[in-house]
Design a protein around this ligand. Structure first.
Ligand SMILES: Cc1cc2nc3c(=O)[nH]c(=O)nc-3n(C[C@H](O)[C@H](O)[C@H](O)COP(=O)(O)O)c2cc1C
Length: 365
């Protein structure tokens, strides 16, 4: 069978030159006060684009300051952000990659020194020190509107799409998980009611960007036991997302990683993707992130038809040109060992591979 990894693909109105995407990865290149993207981001995105990746998703970007997870997080909270974002993504687009912005609200999962009064569906603490406050009905609608406005700005800035962050225990994930959503009003209760917030976010985003613009989500399909979100529930949510007109779902985990997930090999969340595939039918576009290292595994997963796109985060921090190396036959395995030494120690440095031995190997290559 012919290789699929470097086959172009069109998803909705979005044409991608291959099946490799850079998963949203916070770059630590934001102005600490305002969240304005720093000019250095342009260099990082350009390097990824020149390195052959088909689609770049930006690091999570807050739609409102009440959801700013840390002082490193970028923002898109007013129209003043449109031009700076245009400037940082244009060079990557000129180099042939498509660029999508990941829009997020941290909810309870924010640094309390940045957001002193964290907000959440029901006041359940996740992994930060501060006890969050339950959201009022009016505040929920304000955040939904903020997602819509952020998407409009993204389109005006020239982005090729938006990805709604519905994974990793942030606000949308908090609404979806019974462990963090104990509301008894329209926003909580059974699964369908817990989906109400995401459904309204999708509708608000679509209303702003129209039908001819890529709207994706990164979905936390299931979380750790405490989250209460099971894969069966997550698959149902995915099917509703597809019905709501999202163009593609990237599969990831919710609040915590399900205990049964094996993280020793590659394609960690493949069991979640398989369940989602059954729920959304054969044709619906899916992407999968988590643990990919070898070209052979990526190709195998694509050939199986479970997903159409392979998504990578840490391997591209060490080797932004991994796609090109694969295409040239110069490499068949990422050098990254997922040691998590990617975060910078100094402000303005940005993410990078800071593992001494790997760094040395990269410098020699
Ligand atoms: C430094 C760093 C920053 C990250 N930032 C984000 C983010 O902003 N949004 C997101 O959805 N995931 C984020 N992630 C998670 C990755 O996108 C990805 O889901 C996870 O690392 C698994 O993929 P990998 O094994 O290819 O690294 C981040 C991961 C790392 C290491």
């Amino acid at each position: 069978m012919a290789d699929l990894l470097f086959e172009p693909i069109t998803i909705g109105t979005l044409h991608l030159r291959n099946r490799l995407m850079r998963s949203a990865t916070a770059e630590f290149l934001a102005d600490p006060q305002t969240g304005m993207p720093l000019p250095k981001l342009a260099t990082l995105y350009r390097a990824l684009a020149e390195g052959g990746i088909g689609l770049i998703v930006t690091g999570h970007t807050c739609v409102a300051y009440s959801g700013r997870t840390s002082a490193h997080m970028t923002a898109i909270v007013s129209d003043e952000f449109i031009e700076p974002w245009r400037e940082v993504i244009a060079p990557a687009q000129e180099a042939g990659a498509r660029v999508m912005i990941q829009i997020n609200h941290g909810g309870a999962q924010v640094d309390p020194s940045v957001v002193p009064e964290p907000l959440s569906p029901s006041g359940v603490r996740t992994n930060m020190q501060a006890v969050p406050r339950p959201l009022e009905e009016e505040e929920i609608w304000e955040i939904i509107e903020a997602f819509g406005q952020a998407a409009r700005r993204a389109r005006e800035a020239g982005f090729d799409g938006v990805q709604i962050h519905s994974a990793h225990g942030y606000l949308i994930s908090q609404f979806l998980s019974p462990g963090t959503n104990q509301r008894t009003d329209r926003w909580g209760g059974d699964l369908e009611r817990r989906f109400t917030f995401l459904r309204e976010v999708i509708r608000a985003v679509r209303a702003q960007v129209g039908e001819d613009f890529a709207v994706w989500t990164k979905l936390g399909v299931a979380g750790k036991a405490q989250s209460g979100l099971t894969v069966e529930q997550g698959a149902k949510i995915a099917a509703w997302c597809a019905q709501e007109g999202l163009d593609c779902i990237e599969i990831s985990h919710a609040w915590g990683i399900p205990e049964e997930i094996d993280q020793t090999g590659e394609a960690w969340f493949l069991p979640l993707a398989q369940e989602v595939r059954r729920a959304v039918g054969d044709e619906y576009p899916l992407a999968l992130v988590g643990g990919f290292s070898t070209k052979a595994k990526m190709e195998e997963v694509l050939q199986s038809g479970v997903v159409q796109i392979i998504s990578l985060s840490r391997p591209l921090i060490a080797e932004p040109d991994l796609a090109a190396k694969f295409a040239r036959g110069q490499s068949d395995k990422a050098i990254c060992i997922r040691c998590d030494q990617c975060r910078p120690s100094e402000f303005g440095q940005g993410i990078g591979c800071y593992h001494p031995t790997i760094r040395e190997l990269l410098e020699k290559a």
